[in-house]
Design a protein around this ligand. Structure first.
Ligand SMILES: Cc1ncc(COP(=O)(O)O)c(C=O)c1O
Length: 421
């Protein structure tokens, strides 16, 4: 019998990263600086146990939590998210404050990103991303049959002039109506650790509005790492520089700050996207797991969340420091090796001289494995169109390993680089 899979199944396939991860998991002795997982040791066992007990303290509440929920999600949790937005961004916003109906809960922010992209993109449509960007979102765009076009970035995020030039070029090619969204990870992005400045955010929103000639161009703010800040001041959401509140979509999550196993994310949607996103979601699952949403609501209600996030930050601050100090110690003497120094998130981005390929088939990757360490090859994080793909970059994650293992891993990586130089 001939099995004929859908075109979409074909588009969804070929994710190089899953291959790499299974290769790594086969050898538990390797120090993985690859996985973007959160630290196993800091997962919130106690606060979650207390929340669970509280949900089960009342039989009626337990039964409600064990039942299906609604498509947009559990109202008390949505109210608490709204309250947190008011506290963090309220006074800064130039546009209208979001309402409860604009908050939609999802199974992690990835689902929200997918639903928004699917609501906007037909095959052949274009998503503009920084070059490099979050590789899973590139997979989402590919799966939808869309095109991801990369725009240059620097230490302040996506470069507005490059965005403007890209849009101009697409207009000349008659492709402007196909541009549906600009995707940003403006807090300690994955993979570069860069935070987009407030000025840049405003310029990007302004460009999205100006270039929305025939088709509306949305800006998606993926704020996955916003709460993982270890130094400096928080930057208000890109939503605060959206004058009408109809251009920016925010994707938030409790995965990084609390627990990815509970997997609750949310969206702050412009009003016109609530209906399409909920229609799609209605067809997929008519609501993400209600139990997880009750648990998260209880955690917030019990007031244990902020203290937990603070303790998580303290742990990662130490790990980031371990990675940056090791980079200073081992990389600084290697000619042409450079790295960014983020103030938060889970990643350090390092670049090598262009002649050293860091890809999975290259000499460095294999030598690194021989030395007992591995990383995510930076080339996986580049949109296929737009800016050139840099083959000599590495995404180094400091989330999972202990400071000691990070130091060992960085020393091993430096030996591997030296060997191939
Ligand atoms: C930039 C970015 N966005 C979104 C996510 C997805 O998180 P979740 O779906 O667990 O909320 C991740 C996870 O690694 C990420 O790095």
């Amino acid at each position: 019998m001939h099995i004929r899979l859908s075109q979409r199944a074909g588009w969804a396939g070929g994710q190089p990263i899953s291959d790499l991860m299974s290769r790594a998991l086969e050898n538990p002795h390797l120090i993985s600086l690859a996985a973007g997982f959160v630290d196993q040791q800091t997962l919130p066992v106690e606060p979650t146990r207390r929340a669970l007990e509280a949900v089960f303290a009342s039989e009626a509440e337990a039964r409600t939590a064990l039942q299906y929920g609604s498509t947009p999600g559990f109202v008390p949790l949505r109210e608490q998210i709204l309250e947190r937005i008011r506290e963090t961004d309220g006074p800064e916003a130039i546009g209208p404050p979001p309402t409860l109906e604009q908050i939609v809960l999802t199974a992690g922010s990835n689902q929200l990103l997918h639903l928004v992209a699917e609501s906007l993109m037909d095959p052949g449509d274009i998503a503009i991303c920084t070059s490099p960007t979050y590789l899973v979102f590139l997979g989402t765009v590919k799966h939808l049959g869309g095109r991801a076009v990369g725009v240059a970035m620097d230490a302040e995020g996506m470069i507005p002039d490059s965005l403007d030039q890209t849009l101009r070029r697409l207009e000349r090619a008659g492709e402007l109506p196909r541009v549906k969204l600009i995707y940003l990870v403006p807090y300690f992005d994955n993979p570069c650790g860069v935070t987009t400045s407030q000025t840049r955010r405003a310029e990007i929103v302004e460009l999205a509005r100006r270039w929305s000639k025939q088709t509306k161009i949305h800006v998606i703010e993926d704020a996955a790492y916003r709460e993982l800040r270890y130094a400096g001041e928080d930057v208000p959401s890109t939503r605060t520089v959206d004058p009408d509140g109809d251009t920016v979509v925010v994707a938030g999550t409790f995965s990084k700050s609390y627990s990815p196993g509970i997997r609750v994310g949310w969206g702050v949607l412009p009003k016109h996207l609530i209906r399409p996103v909920c229609d799609l979601k209605g067809n997929i699952d008519f609501g993400s797991p209600n139990f997880a949403q009750h648990m998260m609501a209880k955690v917030l209600e019990q007031g244990k969340y902020a203290a937990h996030v603070e303790s998580v930050r303290a742990g990662y601050r130490e790990k980031l420091q371990a990675m940056l100090e090791s980079a200073e110690e081992h990389f600084a003497r290697l000619p042409g090796v450079e790295w960014r120094r983020p103030q938060g998130g889970l990643y350090v981005w390092a670049t090598l001289p262009e002649t050293i390929g860091a890809g999975p088939a290259g000499r460095l990757f294999n030598q690194a494995i021989r030395e007992g360490v591995f990383y995510v090859p930076g080339e996986f994080c580049y949109p296929p169109e737009g800016e050139p793909i840099r083959k000599s970059a590495m995404r180094l994650s400091f989330g999972v390993q202990s400071p000691d293992r990070i130091r060992q891993g960085m020393a091993a990586l430096a030996r591997a680089i030296e060997h191939v130089m």
